[in-house]
Design a protein around this ligand. Structure first.
Ligand SMILES: CC(=O)N[C@H]1[C@@H](OP(=O)(O)OP(=O)(O)OC[C@H]2O[C@@H](n3ccc(=O)[nH]c3=O)[C@H](O)[C@@H]2O)O[C@H](CO)[C@@H](O)[C@@H]1O
Ligand SMILES: C=C(OP(=O)(O)O)C(=O)O
Length: 425
């Protein structure tokens, strides 16, 4: 089992390139199933979840060609959906990655039926898919849940409809959006997720011949088309990876420029970093954060759907507050169990009190290194950040979570001056 070892104390300085977004590339890979010809996707990050999705598409019969590319350019994946012969997404693949449920809408819309294993919960919460199912039913799908599988089929084409999501769901919006693309007539998706990754998916689908309007707003309009052609799409830069490096710079008192980022997707995060005392400048696709050697100030925040503060940055700001001046109050409103990192940060000496969905963090002058256990993806990132400023050595176990969503994080941090390495055993 691999671990990450961090020796704390170095301020981060330099430039780092941001990879393509995990949460954009996964729905886009699934969306290729809707096309009638090969689709080439570029700026694909090297992530475990990308490999799992490629395996799933291959299991369905799609042809997958991977061009490893370079770190500078990201890699490219071409999916040829013309050979798809199965509509079953098995538990073995879906259980390792919740985003596998994103093949449901495309398989149903294009091939008339789909059997997709229920993804189940994960460390951060129960993660139901009722909104995915209700939205597809609104388009005319017949859906049952049996033996742990969502079994969906349609008689004739799906029919455009108005659907109001009860809760804002990112992958729920994506699944229903993908199905609506090939439906007959117009669909209106109300209370839709406004995340930049939904917009990137819609941009990709429109490049393949779909007719989607107002993605990025809470009311997406989809005029159904009969078919999608092949094409290419360059994946959006990862705003959560971007935010994670900026928090690392802020916590260590350093100066870091992230390049190939999308600053316009990070307003709420950049505002909080400014509140923490960071000087931030934006120049095109580059963001520079300069902390001038200062200790950050604690910040209060509440997670909520985009454009508010993202839940996927909550753990990283918990790490920042742990060593900040003052007291920061963090409210988690998206996932009921997303404070698993608290106990591990406490092992490093953090002063955190949890009351329901609220964590009250009183900054301490210094954390001290210890062996800790990663519980989920962003929890892993928060432990690395804490390790960067802790006295001595922090060893992080169960880092397979990290490899789901961060490309070469230890190499990128090393290049910025961090003392971090991966070990086996
Ligand atoms: C692959 C991907 O893009 N993952 C992101 C996506 O996850 P994901 O799409 O799974 O998260 P959702 O936006 O669906 O979840 C938001 C909230 O809605 C609830 N809910 C969701 C669906 C549903 O059918 N019923 C329901 O009640 C969830 O329990 C949660 O409380 O958005 C999350 C919230 O920004 C991020 O943390 C994840 O990184
Ligand atoms: C929770 C996350 O991802 P997923 O929805 O893929 O579990 C995340 O990216 O932080």
């Amino acid at each position: 089992m691999q671990k990450i070892v961090v020796e704390g104390g170095a301020a981060l300085n330099g430039e780092v390139q941001i990879s393509g977004a995990k949460n954009a590339v996964l729905p886009i890979l699934c969306a290729t199933l809707l096309a009638d010809a090969p689709v080439a996707i570029t700026n694909v990050p090297h992530l475990h979840d990308v490999v799992t999705t490629a395996k799933l598409l291959a299991e369905l019969g799609a042809g997958i060609t991977i061009d490893e590319g370079t770190i500078a350019k990201g890699s490219a994946i071409t999916v040829d959906p013309t050979t798809v012969h199965s509509q079953v997404a098995p538990y073995e693949l879906v259980k390792t990655m919740r985003a596998s449920v994103l093949v449901l809408g495309p398989l149903l819309a294009k091939y008339g039926s789909a059997e997709v294993s229920l993804p189940g919960g994960c460390a951060i919460g129960s993660r139901p898919v009722d909104q995915h199912i209700k939205g597809l039913q609104a388009l005319g799908a017949e859906i049952t849940v049996e033996n742990g599988y969502i079994k969906a089929h349609r008689n004739g084409r799906l029919k455009g409809a108005r659907f109001v999501f009860d809760v804002v769901s990112v992958t729920g919006t994506e699944n229903v959006l993908m199905a609506a693309v090939l439906a007959e007539g117009t669909s209106v998706l109300e209370n839709a997720a406004m995340e930049p990754e939904v917009v990137d998916l819609a941009d990709c689908l429109n490049a393949l011949g779909a007719n989607i309007e107002h993605a990025g707003s809470g009311r997406i309009v989809v005029h159904g088309v009969e078919r999608l052609h092949g094409g290419t799409h360059d994946v959006l830069p990862d705003r959560i990876e971007t935010g994670t490096f900026l928090v690392a710079a802020a916590m260590t008192g350093g100066r870091v420029t992230v390049r190939r980022a999308r600053p316009d997707t990070l307003d709420a995060v950049l505002d909080k970093l400014r509140d923490a005392g960071a000087e931030i400048s934006v120049d095109g696709d580059r963001i520079t954060l300069d902390m001038h050697g200062r200790r950050p100030r604690a910040v209060d925040l509440t997670t909520a759907p985009h454009p508010a503060f993202p839940t996927d940055m909550q753990a990283q700001f918990m790490a920042l507050n742990s060593i900040a001046e003052g007291v920061g109050v963090i409210n988690e409103t998206i996932f009921e169990n997303r404070f698993m990192h608290v106990q591990e940060l406490q092992r490093l000496g953090a002063d955190i009190r949890v009351e329901g969905h609220t964590a009250i963090v009183r900054g301490v002058e210094r954390l001290s290194g210890a062996p800790v256990m990663a519980t989920d993806l962003r929890a892993s990132a928060s432990l690395i950040l804490a390790g960067l400023v802790a006295n001595g050595t922090t060893t992080i176990d169960r880092i397979y979570h990290l490899d789901r969503g961060y490309e070469n994080i230890e190499e990128k941090l090393s290049a910025l001056g961090a003392n971090i390495r991966r070990i086996s055993g």
